[in-house]
Design a binder for this molecule. Structure first.
Ligand code: SPD
Length: 342
């Protein structure tokens, strides 16, 4: 009889535990590669008793295509500046309820009220950075200072370009002396032809350029600042330069898509990211800048004011934000398709 009771209790316990596990909420994140570290993910899982899954995209356009195609499982997405404006226009973002995000006040005003979401109704900043050229100073000397180096035949098959239409067309536009946000068809045509001319020299189009630099597959890469910084940890001879013709600067944001299954949990996650000690982990892992000034107290000295993160004033002045070109986007889409198809 006693054994029967023990058996019954064991079955009930199994059912209870099984059921709780089955009901564990899952937060689904769609972000850039190398953006959400295991300790941030696990810290949230432990404290909130949930599971966090991270899926990655390689460009803002990939993210848009997936959302427009009806992807509905994501609770958190991380678009960049101009893509935030596009997603707002497409009615794909959920308005944030600030009452649920008290740590919003930790964000520096320097990163709020930007053109893409003037009242920060839909986005909070995650990181900021620039695009430029990462190169191995042990191989490439003197240091390059122009986008022109990415058209130099001596580096054939030794460098990569970002697999990102706005950034890569942008690099060609800058080299030609045009704006990153050109809406002149002849300028886009010229940038396209420049990229087609470059294509036989390019080893690979890849947004995760740090992987190629670390593996030694390339000695130079069109690259984002934090990814270049990450590559220096394995290859200390890697340097990063923002070409003299100018480049892009960006803020990558955190947003909740309209279709998010777990909105309340998503806001809890955003609030968690804005805790100074957690936000410091974002910079420590991604090597991009923090938008929470009090996070700096939790960062090692070399990450507080590093020149990869904080370019000098004269360089900052040469940077442009990518913007939504509206209907003109189709010219960028077509040019990029042609470059990739060649
Ligand atoms: N590995 C993380 C890369 C994040 C890059 N942000 C892209 C900005 C595009 N304009």
């Amino acid at each position: 009889m006693r054994n029967r009771y023990i058996f019954l209790i064991l079955i009930l316990l199994t059912l209870f535990i099984g059921d709780s596990v089955g009901q564990k909420k899952q937060l689904n994140i769609f972000s850039w590669a190398g953006y959400v570290s295991d300790d941030i993910r696990q810290g949230f899982e432990k404290e909130f008793g949930v599971t966090v899954l991270v899926d990655t995209f390689a460009s803002n356009e990939d993210l848009l295509t997936k959302l427009m195609a009806g992807a509905t499982g994501y609770d958190i997405i991380m678009p960049s500046d101009y893509m935030v404006s596009i997603l707002i226009k497409q009615n794909l973002l959920e308005e944030l309820n600030r009452d649920n995000i008290p740590n919003f006040e930790n964000i520096s005003p320097l990163f709020l009220g930007k053109y893409f979401d003037p009242e920060n109704q839909y986005s909070i900043p995650y990181t900021f950075g620039t695009a430029g050229i990462a190169y191995d100073s042990a191989v490439i000397s003197p240091a390059p200072d122009s986008w022109e180096v990415l058209w130099d035949k001596q580096y054939k098959n030794q460098f990569s370009m970002l697999d990102d239409q706005r950034e890569t067309i942008g690099a060609a536009l800058k080299l030609l002396g045009y704006s990153l946000n050109s809406t002149e068809p002849e300028e886009i045509e010229a940038a396209k032809n420049k990229l087609i001319e470059q294509k036989p020299l390019v080893k690979q189009y890849k947004s995760e350029a740090e992987e190629l630099l670390i593996a030694g597959d390339v000695v130079m890469a069109h690259c984002w600042s934090g990814d270049a910084f990450r590559a220096t940890e394995t290859r200390p001879t890697i340097r990063y330069v923002i070409p003299k013709e100018g480049s892009s600067q960006f803020i990558d944001a955190v947003c909740i898509p309209k279709s998010a299954p777990h909105k309340a949990l998503a806001e809890q996650f955003i609030d968690y990211l804005l805790r100074p000690e957690v936000n410091a982990k974002i910079t420590a892992f991604t090597k991009y800048g923090t938008c929470v000034p009090t996070a700096k107290a939790f960062l090692p000295e070399n990450l507080r004011e590093h020149k990869f993160i904080y370019p000098p004033k004269e360089v900052l002045e040469s940077l442009e934000w990518l913007r939504d070109p509206g209907d003109f986007t189709r010219h960028y889409d077509r040019a990029w398709e042609e470059v990739k198809a060649k």
